[in-house]
Ligand binder design. Structure first.
Ligand SMILES: Nc1nc2c(c(=O)[nH]1)N[C@H]1C(S)=C(S)[C@@H](COP(=O)(O)O)O[C@H]1N2
Ligand SMILES: [Mo]
Length: 210
């Protein structure tokens, strides 16, 4: 059984994409700056900021990869308009981190930090969503260096820049603050289904003053 083909047009139906996106074959590499070199002995994953116990939590690479593992099938939507669909991401659900290193009750947002100071801010609810995952694998294989090894965040309901590659930590915040691209003209929330691409589209309440 192949894909169903529309008899009149001969077209293969496309998976449903957010407005303005087009399907990309293969998997492009897209990021700002160089690909960091992974040094396991220096790597740790940290949770800090407004934690419930006031302390900082950290895991070595070995500890991080021993955390509960799950898979999520999700698409990547780049704001430059390509989408990569149907990937199976494997890794540590963001919810696991929120359970083992809980935020203080006043936390509303998180800043996800990556190598070289790259960052992206998310509403706590987006980070905490069921399908948000700190991925170590794609389609059953370890991520490659250029796609974010050892860990990248995937938040299926947001544009892909909201998912840093080479993640090193999560900062719990009691007020919103803009991350790297959010300070540079991209939308503070970044919902692809609402085409929230650029900060000039923001409405009052969508983000901190620019
Ligand atoms: N650390 C880091 N992560 C990043 C970026 C970046 O510049 N730095 N770019 C984002 C953007 S814009 C996209 S589209 C996706 C691309 O992921 P890919 O290269 O695996 O396709 O990574 C995101 N994660
Ligand atoms: Mo992107």
């Amino acid at each position: 059984m192949g894909q169903p083909v529309d008899r009149e047009s001969g077209a293969v139906p496309q998976p449903e994409l957010p407005p303005g996106q087009r399907l990309q074959r293969g998997w492009p590499v897209m990021h700002y700056g160089p690909v960091p070199k992974f040094r396991p002995e220096r790597w740790e994953f940290q949770v800090f900021g407004a934690t419930a116990d006031g302390g900082k939590h950290s895991w070595t690479h070995e500890e991080f990869t021993a955390l509960p593992y799950a898979t999520v099938v999700a698409d990547l939507h780049c704001v430059t308009k390509f989408s990569m669909v149907g990937a199976e991401w494997g890794g540590v659900p963001a919810r696991v981190i929120l359970e083992i290193a809980p935020p203080a009750p006043a936390v509303t947002h998180v800043m996800v930090w990556a190598e070289y100071g790259f960052s992206s801010n998310l509403r706590l609810d987006d980070f905490a969503s069921e399908r948000s995952i700190l991925a170590t694998h794609k389609d059953g294989e370890l991520l490659t260096a250029e796609h974010g090894f050892p860990v990248r965040l995937v938040v299926p309901q947001l544009y892909a820049w909201k998912g840093p590659k080479w993640v090193r930590g999560v900062e719990y915040m009691t007020a919103d603050r803009r991350g790297f691209w959010e300070e540079r003209g991209y939308h503070n929330i970044g919902d692809p289904w609402r085409e929230q691409r650029y900060s000039y589209q923001e409405e009052p309440g969508d983000g901190p003053e620019l």
